[in-house]
Design a protein around this ligand. Structure first.
Ligand code: ADP
Length: 636
């Protein structure tokens, strides 16, 4: 007897959504139906373990059958099957709590339909490609029934026949082709094979389909005849069933990982790192993680998509899932598969699940542990890595306001004064003289410019090592860290300096004695500097510019180069330091005119700017002052 029933209101809404969905991922219907089939087999298998008398073990498989004439694609499983009540309950109402929440989310954000594509909403997705759907099902020892719906407000159920002792067959009657969408594509072997490979390759049961294959003809002695072929129908298993990441770690060779990486992430080179993680404990997941051996060509463009691929129970959900990995590790590629991810919730909801946060943290730790290990055991490899992606680790410290300092600080490398190699903070600190309290650094635009900084002169003379921060992120990273192993970072270009008592006394005396000179120079600089002082940093150069606590000149430059910073509004407070030992200062002492002294202020300032690799603001003024001096010198 055939009866007509109404869909539950929410199911009706979901149906409408599926039917009218205009987005491109209609193809996921197959993934959804195959995953339901796989679940149904899982349930049967569970019962055959727990109630083995009632549910005899059997060989399970899922079949895909196409009928091109009838325009149908059918998915058949020999799983648990459904009774009439099951059908009404499961297909007539939204069975899953996830789907329900999904619907309520959609109430708020009707426009964001794309999430359906990423988080299947199950059975109803069949209506994205089908104008009617039939479900034949039989539970073990029960009657078979047929559910039929055209996706309108009603469905019908009636008695039916079913081939086999238990299972379900879902028959999708494809919509007619339109100018835009060729639904009949889903009847083509290549298309189906492609979809199975893409989404359902790792379903644990064989997904079988009859396919026509071209075979070479054989002669009487069973030898292949050249150039002679015929078609044969073969029952082909379309999926490989065991995902690489589900195999025991010991069974997976490094070459397998490399091959997988190259095919999944379309790279021509083996990865620099390949990690195969099987985590068990509070959260269980498998993950394959890779660091490419070259910077992806579009890494710094907007087309680069970071994130890992997300799988749940071997079923592909989404590529480039950003919440699985912190942004500073955006160069890492890979996938995560966990039974703890619900397949059926919207993205916003998944983000908030504690599982996601925990697993993401766990993955981050695994990557950092591997990097630490490599840094220790394979310097060359680590340097290669650091050269490509090291700045991102520094960015990780900066962007977390130093919170990730403990995790990352020992992975960092910097250029330094004493040689051309990179040095870790640990090695720098180990190389410090007992008397040295702070970690010195000098920052600037290029290594050559930093090495030429006048404020390094005394350090060079004393053989004190200094970190050379040439990357824009370097100084900001160090500012976020504040210190390393209780040693404070100290900018050699900062005005303040630890001096011996004698040295301090000497400079104080000099300052008192030469107050007139300092004051006039400062006045001539017209607020460009906060101070003019005597320096203990210089050996050969006459002057340098340092900054008071706060922003350094390098940080000022970097911040003003940021997009959107036009007005150079960020200013460090600068100090002009004079080398009291330099002949230039001795000469200044002989200038009796205050007026003349004031004129020299800006010349000295500009000179220091040039020495430190910066532009001078008033180039014409600088040249005319220089000429004045030259003329005077030549005429004298
Ligand atoms: P989900 O599978 O995530 O629960 P669906 O909307 O896809 O959501 O399916 C609803 C319910 O219908 C399932 O929970 C299951 O009980 C039942 N069902 C769907 N497909 C099958 C099948 N092939 N065999 C047995 N039961 C099924």
């Amino acid at each position: 007897m055939k009866t007509e029933k109404k869909f539950e209101t929410e199911s009706q809404q979901l149906l409408d959504l599926m039917i009218n969905s205009i987005y491109s991922e209609k193809e996921i219907f197959l993934r959804e139906l195959l995953s339901n089939a796989s679940d149904a087999i899982d349930k049967y298998r569970y019962l055959s373990l727990t109630e083995s008398e009632k549910y005899p073990a059997k060989t399970h498989s899922i079949r895909i059958d196409v009928d091109k004439k009838a325009r149908t694609i059918a998915i058949t499983d020999n799983g648990i099957g459904m009774s009439l009540e099951d059908m009404e309950k499961n297909l007539g109402t939204i069975a899953r709590s996830g789907s329900k929440e999904f619907m309520s989310k959609l109430e708020d954000a009707k426009e964001d339909m794309s999430i359906i594509g990423q988080f299947g909403v199950g059975f109803y997705s069949a209506f994205m490609v089908g104008d009617s759907v039939e479900v034949l099902s039989k539970p073990l020892g029960g009657e078979a029934h047929r559910f039929y719906s055209e996706g309108k407000s009603t469905y019908t159920v009636e008695d039916a026949d079913f081939d086999g002792d238990s299972g379900t067959k879902v028959i999708v009657h494809l919509k007619p082709d339109t100018d835009d969408i060729k639904y009949s594509d889903y009847l083509e072997t290549y298309r189906i094979e492609g979809l199975v490979k893409k989404y359902s390759d790792y379903i644990r049961y064989p997904i079988k389909m009859l396919v026509s294959v071209s075979k070479q003809d054989l002669d009487d002695e069973d030898k292949p005849i050249d150039g002679k072929y015929h078609d044969e129908i073969e029952d082909k298993t379309l999926n490989s069933m065991v995902p690489l990441w589900k195999k025991s770690v010991n069974d997976v060779k490094p070459e397998d990982l490399n091959e997988f990486y190259k095919s999944k992430f379309s790279d021509y080179e083996d990865p620099l790192f390949a990690l195969n993680v099987h985590a068990e404990g509070l959260y269980t997941y498998e993950s394959l993680l890779f660091i490419p051996s070259h910077v992806p060509y579009n890494f710094y463009s907007e087309t680069y998509e970071s994130g890992l691929s997300l799988y749940s129970r071997g079923i592909f959900i989404q590529d480039n899932y950003k919440d699985l990995i912190p942004n500073y590790l955006r160069f890492v590629k890979g996938l995560v598969d966990s039974d703890d991810f619900p397949l059926n919730v919207s993205r916003e909801m998944l983000q908030k699940t504690p599982e996601m946060a925990k697993i993401s943290k766990n993955i981050e730790n695994k990557i950092l542990a591997e990097l630490k290990k490599t840094k220790k055991n394979d310097e060359e490899k680590y340097l290669k890595f650091f050269d490509m992606f090291g700045e991102h680790l520094k960015y990780g410290i900066y962007s977390s306001y130093g919170m990730k300092k403990d995790d990352l600080q020992d992975l960092l490398l910097f250029h330094h004064l004493n040689d051309d190699k990179l040095i870790s903070l640990e090695d720098y600190v180990n190389g410090m003289d007992k008397k040295q309290k702070d970690i010195y650094f000098a920052s600037g635009k290029t290594l050559a410019e930093i090495r030429a900084l006048p404020q390094l002169e005394q350090k060079k003379k004393d053989g004190i090592d200094v970190l050379l921060l040439d990357k824009n992120i370097d100084e900001f990273c160090i500012m976020a860290m504040v210190n390393y192993k209780e040693k404070t970072f100290k900018d050699v270009s900062s005005e303040k300096e630890e001096l011996s008592k004698e040295k301090k006394k000497e400079l104080d005396q000099l300052t008192t004695d030469n107050k007139r000179i300092l004051d006039n120079l400062k006045e001539g600089l017209n607020q460009k500097v906060d101070d003019v002082v005597f320096s203990a940093k210089l050996v050969d150069s006459p002057v340098c510019i340092t900054t008071k606590d706060g922003l350094s000149m390098n940080a000022e430059r970097v911040l003003n180069e940021e997009p959107g910073q036009h007005d150079d509004s960020i200013k460090s407070s600068k100090v002009l330091e004079i080398n009291p030992e330099h002949a230039l200062f001795k000469a200044l002492q002989n200038v009796s005119s205050d007026e003349e002294l004031r004129g020299y202020g800006s010349l000295l300032y500009d000179e220091a700017m040039l020495l430190q690799g910066y532009d001078i603001e008033d180039k014409a003024g600088f040249v005319s002052k220089l000429n004045e001096l030259l003329i005077k010198a030549v005429n004298a």
